[in-house]
Design a protein around this ligand. Structure first.
Ligand code: SAM
Length: 312
């Protein structure tokens, strides 16, 4: 298996973990079942981790969409089988354009599943019902899937253009467990490209952090066993290294919290609800895990929408 294949297989993991968490009631996602039929049982700390990650990303994104009054675009980098497009639509929070980018091997499967599922298709259909597909790209009214390698900025630029992304509109970029697989120089080039061309923009990055202690080393070892190149790890050293790569590549401001902090900031009635779903005696393990993942966000606010006020 090549390293890029190994990286793509991490999407299976993410999708299966989310599927199991949804089946246990951590959050609602009626669309994931069309991409992943079922999943083996996962440890409760994994499900709580996904719950915190999904909740944190949504909390930030919702504020961005509301500040822009939905006159915005969302670009999901390394989107895998994420179902956010459908979930936002159900909440009445559809942006003007929602574009997903991933490797061809992933987008072709996603296009195939969408093509064969009425429940997914009917929500992306243009008013005249027209959707254009090839084997790995999809273009509908405000939903696009494009195949590109994020390490290739020229290809990403071309594909975003094909998807109708307008750099003048407020744009949120999301990357969940994606940048860690890219050389830091390639990530920096991508972040700088976005900062240089999108003047009102918000970036949400969920990723590993504090990777230099013993627990971090074990986490990395587990990923390396699966032949994943982890060339982005230097940026996962600390919350500061996470923030600095934005600040040093043209972004105006950035903030970051570990998942322990984030978990404490989530609506406590929700936390209490999910903590009753499954018994978990490994409280310390959860805390350690949460100390090794973070949510980092960054903004550029040329239109002065107040993006710096977005917080958890
Ligand atoms: N973001 C999704 C989620 O949270 O469910 C999927 C996460 S999965 C761990 C990482 C995804 O990033 C995979 O789908 C993988 O193919 C994609 N990815 C990693 N490196 C990439 C690259 N250079 N170009 C395009 N996609 C990439």
């Amino acid at each position: 298996m090549s390293s890029d294949d190994a990286v793509q297989s991490t999407n299976d993991d993410a999708a299966h973990c989310k599927r199991f968490a949804v089946s246990q009631g951590y959050w609602k996602d009626p669309y994931l079942q069309y991409f992943v039929k079922s999943s083996d049982r996962k440890a409760p700390e994994i499900s709580r981790g996904y719950f915190a990650r999904v909740s944190g990303v949504k909390l930030l994104l919702r504020q961005f969409i509301q500040l822009t009054k939905s006159g915005c675009q969302i670009v999901n980098l390394g989107a895998g089988f994420d179902t956010l497009y459908w979930l936002l639509q159900d909440e009445g929070l559809s942006p003007r354009n929602f574009t997903e980018i991933d490797f061809q091997g992933i987008t072709s499967k996603k296009c195939y599943y969408i093509k064969s599922r009425k429940q997914l298709l009917e929500k992306i259909a243009k008013e005249d019902g027209e959707i254009s597909f090839n084997s790995f790209d999809l273009h509908a009214a405000n939903y696009h899937i494009v195949a590109a390698d994020l390490r290739d900025v020229a290809q990403v630029t071309r594909k975003l253009h094909e998807a109708g992304i307008d750099p003048k509109l407020p744009t949120a970029f999301i990357a969940e467990c994606v940048l860690v697989y890219m050389e830091t120089s390639k990530t920096e080039a991508l972040l700088k490209y976005f900062a240089d061309h999108f003047h009102t923009a918000f970036f949400i990055n969920y990723e590993q952090v504090n990777m230099e202690d013993r627990f971090g080393e074990v986490m990395l070892q587990n990923l390396r066993i699966r032949h994943c190149d982890l060339q982005g790890v230097p940026a996962c050293r600390s919350l500061d290294t996470q923030k600095n790569r934005f600040l040093q590549n043209g972004w105006e401001g950035a903030d970051a919290v570990t998942m322990n902090t984030l978990y404490g900031l989530l609506p406590q009635h929700e936390v209490q609800r999910i903590e009753k779903l499954e018994f978990m005696d490994e409280q310390e393990l959860l805390q350690q895990l949460f100390d090794h993942y973070c949510l980092c966000w960054a903004y550029k606010d040329h239109k002065k929408l107040g993006l710096k006020n977005i917080s958890l």
